[in-house]
Design a binder for this molecule. Sequence first.
Ligand code: TMP
Ligand code: ZN
Length: 411
Amino acid sequence: MKDNFIHKNNCRICGASDLVKILDLGEMPPANAFLRKEDLNKPEPKFPLVVYFCNNCGLLQLLDVVNPEILFSHYDYLTSASKPLADHFTKMGLELAEKFIKSKDDLIVEIGGNDAVLLASIKDKCRVLNIEPAGNVAEISKQKGVETIDEFFTEKLAKKIFEKYGPVKIIVANNVMAHIDDIKDVFRGVKILIGDDGTFVFEVHWVGNLIGNGGFDQIYHEHLYYYSLLALENLVSQFGLKIFNAESVSIHGQSLRVYVGGRNFSVSESVGQFLEKEKELRLDRAETFLKFSERAKKNREELQNLLRRLKQGGKKIIGYGAPAKGNTLLNYCWIDNNILDFITDTTPLKQGLYTPGTHISVVSPEKIKEVNPDYILLLAWNYAEAILEKEKDLREKGIKFIIPVPRIKVI
Ligand code: TMP
Ligand code: ZN
């Protein structure tokens, strides 16, 4: 891609042009484009953030695609910084090894394996290879003793991997399938590597969770796709592959774990059951998503009113966690450094930086004790349970947490 962004007119799974506009979040900077102090006065690139639904295949998607070099060549997100996430992927690695790995020579490849939490947990059981395009994150993966290729996964790279390492037993791709514009190129590469006997396992945010318990804040430029199993079936079947198992996993609210294989795999009942559930939830209808859009607008209004009222009452408010989704929320609701004094985050790479668009300083959690806020806006609300437990002491001191989406709760 030569330009900073392109607008598409067709669905990227089925090519149809019958697309319904669902929610327009306005022009926004990329959600992970945290700023250094010296960049605060420079103009920030902003791009349209609008979600569309394909009436033909049921895929919810963005049509404005930001150049991946802008989004992914440097990344401040580390899997290891969120303990619940790191625990989840360590467990997943061990489960996959148990189920599919037969010998130490078997190879597992992870697409976008970040700082190699999953691969490091099984590197003494088989050969492991991380394909991580963010140079700074790939470096951390290498330091953990995991062989890492610092590139985007493409069909071309898959051919090179096949020549050098041979067939792959398992390909894993967690929380990256929504990020890749040319997803068909990825499937062509996967097909080369897994042949008939290997398995491709991936986790994606499930669109049913976005609609049911999730928030509009999960929408940002990196997430080009909001998958249902139905839309994934339409995609996978184009490559002579099949989804042979589908599970719901409780991470990021509720995610979808999908197992894809060649003709040697038989399809488990779970697939049909999941598709049935999606039908009951009417995830194949544009109306379902338009209702979600109305709720998002109402949610914004209520949150703005609450924060304005607290601020006028002289309350001190800070943010907790600086996830990408927090930046959608802050920009869409226009909550800036006049409302939040700062945001804490456990990721060392984010500390010392400022939130894109809203310019709120990100600092270490140590700072909370020093300032004693009245309210904490929980931007990493997907970890609410773990965080409320971890921060019991703050709550006992009378500090209240505001959970902003999908419905505002003050606890
Ligand atoms: P995620 O929702 O995309 O995994 O991002 C969560 C962000 O929140 C990440 O930047 C790490 C941060 N975080 C904290 O600051 N404290 C915590 O206790 C947890 C679980 C996450
Ligand atoms: Zn479509």
